[in-house]
Design a protein around this ligand. Structure first.
Ligand SMILES: [Zn+2]
Length: 90
């Protein structure tokens, strides 16, 4: 069974170098300043690493979603379990 880990924890494999390379390449290609975060790491053979790419501000909002928001639903659909915050705490 693949190992699961939370995006707010540091207990699993991390591919920060690859995330940085993706951000750099896509920033260059798009002409925008983008960041990338790994939301799932392939801890088992055949399990892909998964990344999200966007502006730093957008990624912060995505990865710390308000409970019940579209971002929270999206992450759960991707089997990512972020630390959610309550509405009104920006
Ligand atoms: Zn990874």
């Amino acid at each position: 069974m693949p190992r699961r880990w939370r995006i707010d924890g540091r207990d699993g494999p991390r591919c920060d170098v690859l995330a940085g390379m993706l951000a750099g390449f896509l920033s260059y290609a798009s002409g925008r300043s983008l960041a990338a975060r790994e939301i799932g790491c392939g801890a088992a053979p055949g399990t892909p690493c998964r990344f999200v790419v966007g502006t730093e501000r957008r990624l912060e909002r995505l990865l710390e979603p308000v409970a019940g928001s579209d971002d929270a639903h999206l992450l759960l659909a991707l089997d990512v379990h972020p630390a959610v915050r309550e509405a009104g705490h920006d």
